[in-house]
Design a protein around this ligand. Structure first.
Ligand SMILES: [Zn+2]
Length: 182
């Protein structure tokens, strides 16, 4: 979780998607417009968020999966640099302390169920070729992937995916089905 001093003074709400609030946003220290919380990127994240949650609800309905938990989905999010430095996404000695088989892997995102908090790496924007900004495909994939984990945990449908190859496999298949890659 972000330290108090790491939190945005004004959290970023995503228009159209009250499920997610971005409470921390750090660029990589490089003054580059693609790593800033530009309103265009925030608007695209909101639209993506809405379509991901609605699509997951739709797929659960199609699959006939009853959702024991119907409380609203809610998570906070940090957008932080992907490096291994202190407080970055792969700070394995500190903030993101991990053990076992995942240690040494380079994370691009992570969902912490007990905190209802997701981290995504700050590779959010890219130039769209017309001088504007758009969400990078990689950012769409990571955002949708972590939202999938949050959905599965908070809607109480983990059992459905565990029975069919595992939640992680399904998270990857889900983003691929949306055209964002595995
Ligand atoms: Zn995952």
């Amino acid at each position: 979780m972000p330290l108090p001093e790491e939190r945005l003074a004004k959290p970023i709400e995503l228009a159209g998607c009250p499920e997610v609030t971005i409470i921390e946003w750090k660029d990589s220290g490089v003054l580059h417009v693609t790593s800033k919380p530009h309103p265009k990127l925030i608007a695209e994240l909101g639209a993506l968020c809405r379509s991901v949650v609605d699509e997951l609800d739709r797929r659960m309905a199609v699959a006939g999966v009853t959702m024991p938990v119907v409380a609203p989905l809610r998570l906070t999010m940090s957008v932080i640099p992907p490096g291994r430095g202190p407080r970055e996404l792969n700070d394995e000695e500190g903030r993101m302390r991990v053990e076992g088989s995942v240690r040494g892997l380079t994370l691009v995102g992570s969902y912490w169920g007990s905190f209802r908090h997701a981290f995504i790496h700050n590779g959010v924007g890219e130039q769209d070729g017309r001088g504007g900004l758009t969400l990078a495909m990689d950012a769409r994939r990571v955002f949708a992937h972590e939202l999938f984990h949050a959905f599965v945990h908070q809607r109480g449908v983990r059992w459905h995916f565990e029975a069919e190859g595992g939640e992680e496999l399904h998270a990857r298949k889900f983003t691929e089905s949306l055209g964002f890659g595995e």
